[in-house]
Write a protein that binds this ligand. Structure first.
Ligand code: UGA
Length: 454
């Protein structure tokens, strides 16, 4: 009989990582379970456009493995009962109520999953934490399993490091796979699965607590780099330096490296803010208030980055947006995803609406409904969505590029300049537009981190 894996949680991590695992390990039988019937139905639908998440390349692999080595079901209990290994990929949002609200991770879903495992698991079962969780969460699981005298359960921590938009590539060729645990045989069993497609030297083995903490701190270090580079971008603008020249120079030092040095309107997405808050909470919990303040400042600078962009655009447009039309280019938190969670576009657009602007929002992947919801939809007549990108520039006073989708790099600048009201401004918060091209057609360009002429 084939080795049976049950993955609890059919969200981003559960869905995409199990699709890639099933493709690399046809000998496994993988069941992804979730009580959310609508989500399960969408994963079971072979129409690619209906997958619950958009991730380049995922639909093709999904088609290849669905119904062969990969199955999606709402029958959580049945597949836990049959499993040799249970992976937990439920989400752990920031707590909104009670002790630690606003910082600590809400472990309700983890706890529920653990209780169900304790009740239904049979024989020796390996339980793997894959959700991003605070260090020592495995203690919670151990407590629950002990209470239910589930002696044959071994706990591993195997956090996922993939990023949205590049999930398939990250999963197929990860920089590392991290497995933490205290049972060597359980670690070997999980490592053996990854060895089907990941070179052994990239599989790192640690204790449980190191694995749990490494995920949070990896995200904290990445977020810190973005906050740092965004402060330097502001300094470049004031001092006459150019951020791309500065980051090229500092990135050439191999100890620093080129990745994650792009200035922008601030980081978004479902992970960085949540994980930083979680880290701040943990530092307080372990009696390290100064360390907590240090990591909180990474978030403070991110909030400042977003507010800075809104403020300087309003100022450039003569300190009033009342009745002005602004084209918003991109709403997702990064390109190649349809995810708008924590996107800087939300706060920036809200600031413009508060100033009385009329927004014409374009994004290749985000749905109109999700944008409506994010903007709390207070003044519907002030926001329009135009699928015809070019015509949305008619009578516009300015355009703000917030997400660096490739289609925004090669627009018909000549035509746009004839559509827009003078003085027509482009605000490039990702530093990707070609200055000479735009200025050639009389368009004013402000680019993040570009000091000297504005
Ligand atoms: C992040 C991490 O990169 C993943 O390694 C991690 O597994 C994931 O969180 C998670 O915890 O699940 P993700 O949030 O999907 O991945 O996307 P990132 O590529 O990290 O981008 C986050 C934000 O930072 C975006 O808004 C992006 O525009 C911004 N960013 C990124 C910059 O402003 N500058 C950069 O140089 C890089």
């Amino acid at each position: 009989m084939s080795y049976r894996i049950c993955c609890i949680g059919a969200g981003y991590v559960g869905g995409s990582s199990m699709i890639v695992m099933a493709d690399s390990c046809p000998g496994l039988q993988i069941n992804v379970v979730d009580h959310d019937k609508q989500r399960i139905d969408s994963w079971n639908n072979l129409m690619a456009k209906d997958l619950p998440i958009y991730e380049p390349g995922l639909d093709e692999i999904h088609k290849r493995v669905l119904g062969k080595s990969l199955f999606f079901s709402t029958d959580v209990e049945l597949y836990i009962k049959n499993a040799d290994m249970v992976l937990i990929t439920v989400n752990t949002p920031t707590k909104v109520n009670g002790h630690g609200a606003g910082e600590a991770a809400d472990l309700t879903n983890i706890e529920l999953a653990a209780r169900t495992i304790a009740e239904f698991a049979r024989g020796t079962t390996i339980v793997v934490e894959r959700s991003t969780i605070p260090v020592r969460t495995a203690d919670v699981l151990k407590g629950i399993f002990r209470k239910n005298s589930s002696e044959n359960i071994h706990i591993l921590s195997n956090p996922e490091f993939m990023a949205e938009g590049s999930a398939v590539q990250d999963l197929i060729a990860p920089d590392r796979v991290l497995i933490g645990g205290d049972d060597q045989r359980a670690i070997d069993e999980l490592a053996g699965i990854y060895q089907h497609w990941v070179p052994s030297e990239r599989i790192l083995r640690t204790n449980l607590w190191s694995a749990e903490l490494a995920k949070l701190t990896a995200n904290a270090f990445l977020a810190q780099r973005i906050s740092s580079v965004n402060t330097i971008a502001a300094l470049c603008e004031s001092s006459g330096a150019h951020i791309d020249e500065v980051t090229q120079a500092i990135g050439a030092d191999h100890r620093i490296g080129h990745n994650f040095l792009r200035a922008g309107p601030g980081f978004g997405g479902s992970c960085f803010r949540k994980d930083l808050l979680n880290l701040v909470y943990l530092c307080h919990y372990f009696g390290l208030p100064d360390v907590a303040n240090y990591w909180r400042s990474v978030l403070t600078i991110n909030d400042w980055s977003r507010a800075r962009i809104s403020e300087l655009i309003i100022k450039k447009l003569f300190s009033t947006l009342c009745g002005k039309k602004i084209v918003i280019l991109g709403f997702t938190f990064k390109p190649h995803t349809n995810d708008i969670r924590e996107s800087p576009a939300i706060n920036i657009c809200q600031d413009f609406l508060d100033e009385g602007a009329m927004l014409s929002i374009h994004d290749p992947m985000a749905t109109i409904e999700s944008i409506h919801q994010a903007l709390s939809w207070q003044s519907p007549s002030s926001v329009t969505f135009n699928q015809d990108l070019i015509s949305s520039f008619r009578e516009a006073d300015a355009a703000v590029l917030l997400t660096e989708w490739p289609i925004y790099l090669k627009l018909d600048w000549k035509l746009l300049s004839s559509y827009m009201r003078s003085p027509a401004w482009f605000f490039d918060t990702r530093n990707v537009l070609n200055r000479a091209e735009l200025e050639n057609y009389g368009l004013n360009l402000w680019s993040i981190g570009f000091g000297g002429i504005h």
